[in-house]
Design a protein around this ligand. Sequence first.
Ligand code: CIR
Length: 260
Amino acid sequence: MPHTFTRAIVRPPSATFTQGITSHSALGAPDLTRAAQQHAAYCEALVTCGLTLTTLVPDDAYPDSTFVEDTAVLAPGCAVLTRPGAASRAGEIVSMKGALAEFFPTLHEIVAPGTVDGGDICEAEGEVFIGISERTNAEGARQLTAFLAQVGIPASTIDIRKIPGLLHLKSGLTSLGNKVLVAAPEIAERPEFAEYHVVSIISGEEYAANCVRVNDRVLIAVGFPNLLATLQRLGFDPLELAMGEFEKLDGGLSCLSLRF
Ligand code: CIR
């Protein structure tokens, strides 16, 4: 069951968090104290959803290392350490490898010249969509597809490089289970999604497209009433979280944890 989890790995923002990569400088500089509070509330929400957390030590050498999702892909029967596409984030995988080793005896690795950011990987109903982005290249997608094929999980790619404002595929796509996807309007009509009920995000709520189904709940960023009401109408149970400090660094709800 892709949305049934018992554990998650998280890493609180480090002292250098405010120096993380951003394309959203217009939103202002992130505030470390508020980021730490928002992260703590996020962790509390995961516990509320029934998860046991492994909390990694914040790492000042990597300002973006709180966005742990980008360093691994965890699918049923398959764990892959990524090779992040941003040079400043490459070293984040070292400590993640150690953390994952405790839970995954077999850990595949993406190797050069492949690059993959976990934020580009969207698992839905037993299949995986891989975003080709500025961070995930075709070679990385090819390697990941081969690893997934070994456990019978089919994968396909979606090129998002020409879509403004989407850092990762999951910045604009979420699988909620029950054959429901939440998608940015630019990708909502993709033929790959023909078998799904697609909730298309309205103008002004773009950031909310990155939400996360965790067991019986759906984590959603606070401040997006249209998506909130739509999810409630569809029978989901949303749990709203303040995400403002992470949005300033292009990060969303899914990037703050690796769930399994
Ligand atoms: C970065 O640019 O890598 C970070 N500032 C944000 C990463 C967000 N990760 C994600 O959406 N999976």
